[in-house]
Design a protein around this ligand. Structure first.
Ligand SMILES: Cc1cc2nc3c(=O)[nH]c(=O)nc-3n(C[C@H](O)[C@H](O)[C@H](O)COP(=O)(O)OP(=O)(O)OC[C@H]3O[C@@H](n4cnc5c(N)ncnc54)[C@H](O)[C@@H]3O)c2cc1C
Length: 338
């Protein structure tokens, strides 16, 4: 019988992704409800030190696969290892973060082990029968659907980044490390892809959920022409552009840039919210941003309750002044660099 909750954890250059800490925390909650063990699956090279951190977040076992060939994500190799481990140990639940990597890897693994997959879930629960209830938005974010996978195992889901709460780590927790013998799972001829390098995503086109810096605009920007100010400021900062549903409904940005309850959940290092009132449906999608800077003409706007830094004033004056200043700083820096 399938048993145990498994979480694939992602690391980048030896650091665990926040999205993975969210999934491992959620995995712990599910394992507690099911009274089953939580295991983390960690792939990479010289990453054993991270097993300790995973234990602190509640993993009881860490399956560790280390090899130079696993430094970068390789779809064939990663799929072969995960599918092999699943076939051997038959976990009941298998979770991944709905990151770019997770969304590429999860369907490959689900296909290999012939199970279902619910992607980009924003809620996971356990039913009375012990089944995983996997809730996600569908039909262009108009309805929430709850899916179950009653027959095939494991029950697989990817989890929307920025939604699940990260638990406080408990340093007294320990995990058993199980070293994965790669030769048992990967046949060299089955690895058809070779990673030749990584090109950092252009902030203008990357998925907002992955953006580190965001300039967001709302109804206060006023019209499509003025929304160019948001793009221009973002360009000078190397930031991505997002906005409220008002900005989307007004046709100023595409719906893939909507932040909020029925849009993207973002958690950048910095978000600059311009002409945004701070309605709860919008806040839902950006409240986990590390630093929130708000520009709003109305001192009483709710966004200021959340903001780390608030600028009261007309964005049509503030943003051009900011752009001028950035131009000055950037040109001085490039002259110094000559
Ligand atoms: C079911 C449902 C789901 C929703 N989902 C989402 C969602 O996912 N995302 C989302 O964003 N919304 C969502 N909404 C809509 C949400 O409730 C708000 O209506 C919306 O977020 C408000 O957008 P806004 O802040 O751009 O506009 P407004 O609330 O109109 O705010 C505009 C702000 O701009 C300020 N302003 C005006 N002029 C200037 C100026 N010159 N300089 C500086 N500031 C200025 C104003 O003081 C005001 O605070 C949803 C609503 C529903 C019912």
């Amino acid at each position: 019988m399938s048993k145990g909750v498994w979480v694939f954890v992602e690391q980048k250059e030896g650091e665990l992704l926040e999205a993975s800490l969210e999934v491992i925390s959620e995995g712990r909650r599910l394992a507690d409800q099911l009274q089953e063990e939580l295991s983390a699956i960690l792939l990479g090279y010289q990453v054993e030190g991270l097993a300790k951190t995973l234990a602190h977040y509640g993993a009881e076992r860490v399956y560790l696969a280390e090899d130079k060939g696993l430094i970068q994500y390789n779809p064939d190799a990663y799929t072969a290892i995960l599918a092999g481990l699943i076939k051997e140990h038959e976990p009941s639940i298998f979770l991944l973060g709905a990151t770019t990597l997770g969304e590429d890897l999860a369907p490959r693994v689900a296909g290999s082990v012939k199970t279902g997959l619910a992607s980009n879930c924003d809620k996971l629960q356990v039913s009375e029968e012990g089944l995983l209830l996997q809730t996600r938005l569908c039909y262009e974010s108009k309805v929430h659907a709850t899916l179950v996978c009653p027959k095939a195992k494991p029950q697989m889901a990817t989890v929307q980044p920025g939604v699940m709460k990260i638990d406080t780590p408990d340093e007294s927790r320990k995990a058993t490390i199980i070293r994965v013998n790669l030769n048992s799972y990967i046949k060299p001829e089955a690895v058809r892809t070779k990673v030749v390098g990584f090109i950092k995503g252009d902030p203008k086109t990357i998925d907002l959920a992955e953006a580190e810096l965001i300039v967001a605009g709302g109804k206060g920007v006023n019209d499509k022409e003025s929304f160019q100010l948001i793009w221009e400021l973002a360009d000078h900062l190397g930031a991505s552009v997002g906005g409220t549903r008002m900005a989307v409904d007004s046709g100023w940005i595409g719906s893939e840039r909507q932040i909020g309850q029925t849009g993207k959940t973002v958690s950048p290092k910095v978000i600059i919210s311009c002409g945004i009132s701070g309605a709860s449906a919008h806040i839902f999608g950006m409240r986990d941003s590390k630093t929130i800077i708000a520009i709003n003409i109305d001192q009483g706007a709710p966004i200021f309750k959340l903001a780390d830094l608030g600028v009261v004033g007309d964005l049509h004056q503030i943003i051009p002044a900011l752009i001028d200043r950035l131009r000055e700083v950037n040109s001085r820096e490039s002259e110094d660099g000559k």
